[in-house]
Design a binder for this molecule. Structure first.
Ligand code: AMP
Ligand code: ZN
Length: 114
């Protein structure tokens, strides 16, 4: 999608600190880290948010989850633990309208909303 920041990052038109890439997924360091490890895991296909995923994206959904698992292992945080967050829509505070999952680790995290 032309005007999408994360699409531009995936295409290399905007710089990023890449941590992982495969045919389906691109992952890079968040520019404003909320934890010592803060990686954004995004599908290469432009999907604005979870609401826009369809049954045709079921394979992709699995690929994203498996990529998150792989990245956590590669970064050495799989044993100690990590948190995965997806903000969908206004009330959740989604600011970039390209589906993404925050992978947070490296610190003891506090309060959970759920
Ligand atoms: P969300 O609030 O869930 O939409 O998350 C968007 C995230 O993208 C925020 O954590 C931002 O810090 C991050 N972000 C915005 N622009 C960039 C960028 N150019 N490179 C890396 N991360 C970014
Ligand atoms: Zn996009």
């Amino acid at each position: 999608m032309e005007d999408c920041l994360f699409c531009k990052i995936i295409k290399g038109e905007v710089p990023s600190n890449k941590v992982y890439e495969d045919d389906y997924v691109y992952a890079f360091k968040d520019i404003e880290p909320a934890a010592p490890v803060h990686v954004l895991v995004v599908p290469k296909k432009h999907i604005s948010c979870l609401n826009e995923m369809t049954e045709n994206d079921e394979l992709l959904a699995g690929k994203i989850l498996m990529a998150i698992k792989k990245i956590a292992k590669e970064l050495g945080v799989d044993e100690k633990g990590y948190r995965v967050i997806n903000n969908c829509g206004k009330d959740a505070g989604q600011t970039v309208m390209h589906l993404h999952f925050h992978l947070l680790a490296g610190i003891q995290m506090g309060e959970k909303l759920v």
